[in-house]
Design a protein. Structure first.
Length: 258
């Protein structure tokens, strides 16, 4: 029995949505509800995130196996799957390991490669870990504290969705933040292999994002020979937030045509 927390909307062909690092199913409710007009949507909280349990380790093999367990528990035979950022890496890992279970695959602004050289989340994770949970009395306090190291209000808002009030005086982080902090090299990593997935696959990159480079296309095609790659103009890494209408049109057209 899978113990991952999930939200469920609609009926029809299953579509599993996987959030990114420090994200959760909450981030995808807007699109999940819209997509439920066409699909049976499952938005999962990955292990050590959101309302899902904490574990003693985190890597893409374990996260892929969690998804496999979820699919078995819900008696799904083949699925459409979409993942953003770290969730995209989970989706790719799953599709390469369990090729026969994936009908259509959508990967949002991430490539099958190691990102440790950029270390772009290191400072953010340090900021989150350093938040003095025993001192802050409100989300405004937390936002003020984090504003010193995270100047972008949108990023702080995203991070603070992970803060949960335990009682009238105390807060806690929903994600297993200390484990995630220790395992960032694992989360940045990509263990290369010779596996391929023949599912119809769509990679979408944000025009203003450098997570997918032209030089990544060879590796993408090696693992996902049926992959097509689209770009959304005026969008960064959170392309589904920056350009929601264009994003929605792109994925629904792909899923209906595939």
């Amino acid at each position: 029995m899978s113990n991952l927390f999930f939200r469920e909307f609609g009926s029809g062909k299953p579509l599993i949505i996987l959030h990114g690092l420090l994200g959760c199913s909450d981030n995808w409710i807007f699109h999940g509800k819209k997509l439920s007009d066409f699909f049976h949507v499952y938005i999962l909280d990955l292990m050590n995130h959101g309302n899902s349990p904490h574990s003693s380790d985190i890597n893409y093999d374990l996260l892929s196996d969690d998804i496999h367990e979820f699919i078995n528990s819900n008696k799904l035979s083949s699925v459409n799957m979409m993942g953003h950022s770290m969730g995209g890496k989970v989706a790719m890992s799953f599709a390469l390991k369990y090729n026969h279970l994936v009908e259509n695959l959508i990967i949002l602004d991430i490539a099958p490669k190691d990102y440790s050289a950029q270390s772009r989340f290191d400072e953010l994770i340090k900021s989150v870990i350093s938040l003095p949970l025993n001192i802050i009395k409100s989300r405004i306090d937390a936002d003020t504290y984090l504003s010193n190291s995270i100047p972008e209000p949108g990023v702080r808002h995203f991070i603070l969705k992970n803060l949960k009030r335990v009682n009238s005086k105390n807060f806690m982080w929903k994600p297993n933040i200390n484990l995630i902090g220790k395992k960032m090299p694992e989360i940045y990593s990509w263990k290369d292999n010779s596996f391929t997935c023949n599912a119809n696959t769509l990679f979408i990159k944000g025009e203003k994002s450098d997570y997918i480079l032209d030089s990544d296309f060879v590796k993408i095609k090696k693992h996902f020979p049926k992959a097509s790659i689209k770009k959304i103009k005026n969008s960064g890494h959170w392309l589904h937030v920056d350009s929601p209408d264009e994003f929605f049109l792109l994925i629904t057209n792909f899923l209906r045509v595939s």
